[in-house]
Design a binder for this molecule. Structure first.
Ligand code: SDX
Length: 428
């Protein structure tokens, strides 16, 4: 492998070092480019630009590989659980029995939120989208735990901030749902595991006992694991950028939640269901909507299809598609939109437009069908994505801090007016 890349500018030759990762990914390190040449690079959407080095998640878009700290996603989805995967992402190793018990117990004991948070929640109209509530209430944790604002937290203080966020986000998420339907909130029950506790807070009523369905718990663990991290995606890059300014973990994650809300990113799982419902209401003609998606003059896109990195298949989509079949069968749920989804996938995978552009189902294409079968309302789907992605955001923010990365501040190419003098209003 060559040790450097040669750039020739204005007749002069410059050598830029080559960086190679543990999975043989290669990069040209241009950190000295502007200093040496006065030039910068331009890469709208950062399609060719690495923002950092990271040891957390590896994915290969061509081969459909996704690994957390080296462990294949297929094995983790099959054999692990969400709290263990969260520990793995955040601390870098699979926990021992004692480490996992300690981590799980600490999370359980921090699921309560300050009662004043209910006053903030009550201030939101019941029509509020739960992602807006989630972002606001996560940010409000800085008010209840001002010590989290200290950029020089000790390891113990950082670990406590992490535990509090992992624990309280599920309570905040469930309470935002209860707020939206005008029902009383449920307090967490410490004897329940993470996923069971969340389901209890989401679906229990004070008027009767609530039995957690093990099929639902297993499906939820799998879904949260599959969403837990995905290297430098839009929302994770947001968390790292905000955190690079020494903003707190809670402020950085609150910003990440807002980025994830976008329908081109995590908001796609809600958009997929709305699209499938639209197709069903329109008579179920998948071909008609495939043609709309191909029509440049039609803003309609096939939500849940395409990916910036995966140009073969999204390994998560394969696992989620199978889980959707298993869950619906186990629960005896017949959801007509699952058939529409499968028809749509079949039609798209045989259509040159999608094949040429390497557009395949992504993680969001089938996940909404499972959430729906679990009784989770559509506008909570992206909240579920945020719950899953939280350990990834935490791990990436922690890595950025531990590596003492500089504040993120991209350059630009200015294309506006050149210098001109001010003109008084009577002369304009
Ligand atoms: C997530 O980055 C991550 O890792 C994200 C994520 C994570 O875990 O964090 O994986 C989660 O965000 C998954 C993606 C969810 N979004 C959607 O499902 C929304 C629909 N998909 C797209 O809008 C799109 O595919 C993106 C945003 C996902 C990717 O966009 P890119 O990489 O910028 O590609 P592009 O928009 O330049 O599209 C390339 C071509 C274009 O056509 P041409 O101009 O070349 O003719 O493909 C077309 C696009 O018009 N295209 C689609 C399409 N997606 C891309 N055409 C129809 N339907 C689609 N869904």
């Amino acid at each position: 492998m060559s040790e450097s890349a040669e750039i020739i500018l204005d007749g002069k030759s410059y050598q830029m070092p080559i960086v190679e990762g543990t999975e043989n990914e290669k990069a040209i390190d241009i950190s000295s480019l502007r200093g040496k040449t006065g030039y910068i690079t331009l890469d709208s959407g950062y399609k060719n630009t690495g923002a950092t080095k990271s040891a957390i998640t590896f994915l290969d878009g061509e081969l459909g590989i996704l690994r957390y700290r080296g462990y294949p996603i297929e094995q983790l989805a099959e054999r692990s659980n969400f709290v263990e995967v969260a520990y793995l992402l955040i601390y870098g190793t699979l926990p021992t029995t004692e480490e996992l018990a300690d981590f799980s117990d600490k999370i359980r004991r921090h699921t309560l939120v300050n009662e004043d948070m209910r006053k903030i929640l009550d201030g939101f109209p019941s029509t509020s989208h739960p992602m807006g509530i989630l972002s606001a209430l996560v940010s409000s944790l800085t008010a209840f735990y001002p010590e989290s604002l200290n950029p020089n937290q000790t390891t113990e203080e950082m670990d406590l901030s992490i535990i509090r966020l992992m624990a309280k986000i599920s309570t905040i998420a469930a309470w935002s749902y209860k707020n939206s339907i005008g029902h009383p909130v449920n307090y967490p029950k410490n004897q329940l595991d993470y996923c069971s506790n969340f389901l209890h807070m989401m679906f229990a009523y004070p008027t009767e006992d609530y039995e957690v369905n093990p099929v639902v718990v297993d499906a939820l663990n799998k879904l949260l694991i599959l969403h837990a991290d995905h290297e430098q995606n839009c929302s994770t890059s947001t968390v790292r950028l905000v955190g690079s300014a020494n903003a707190s973990l809670y402020s950085s994650v609150s910003a990440g939640i807002s980025a994830l809300w976008g329908p081109l990113h995590g908001g796609a799982n809600q958009a997929v269901i709305e699209m499938l419902e639209q197709i069903k209401a329109d008579g179920g003609d998948s071909k008609k909507f495939i043609n709309k998606a191909k029509d440049k003059d039609d803003p309609f896109r096939l939500m849940g299809f395409g990916h910036r990195v995966y140009k073969n298949f999204d390994p998560r989509a394969k696992i989620i598609k199978k889980t959707a079949d298993d869950v619906l069968n186990a629960m005896g749920v017949k959801d007509p939109i699952l058939n529409i989804a499968k028809e749509l996938e079949e039609a798209a995978l045989n259509d040159p437009y999608f094949v040429e552009r390497k557009l395949y189902p992504n993680v969001d294409f089938y996940s909404g069908i499972i959430y729906r079968a679990l009784g989770i309302p559509t506008d909570m789907f992206t909240v579920m994505f945020a719950l899953g992605r939280l350990p990834g955001w935490i791990a990436q923010w922690k890595e950025m801090r531990e590596n003492k990365e500089p504040i993120g501040r991209p350059r630009q190419v200015y294309t506006g007016e050149t210098e001109r003098d001010y003109v008084s209003i009577d002369k304009r």
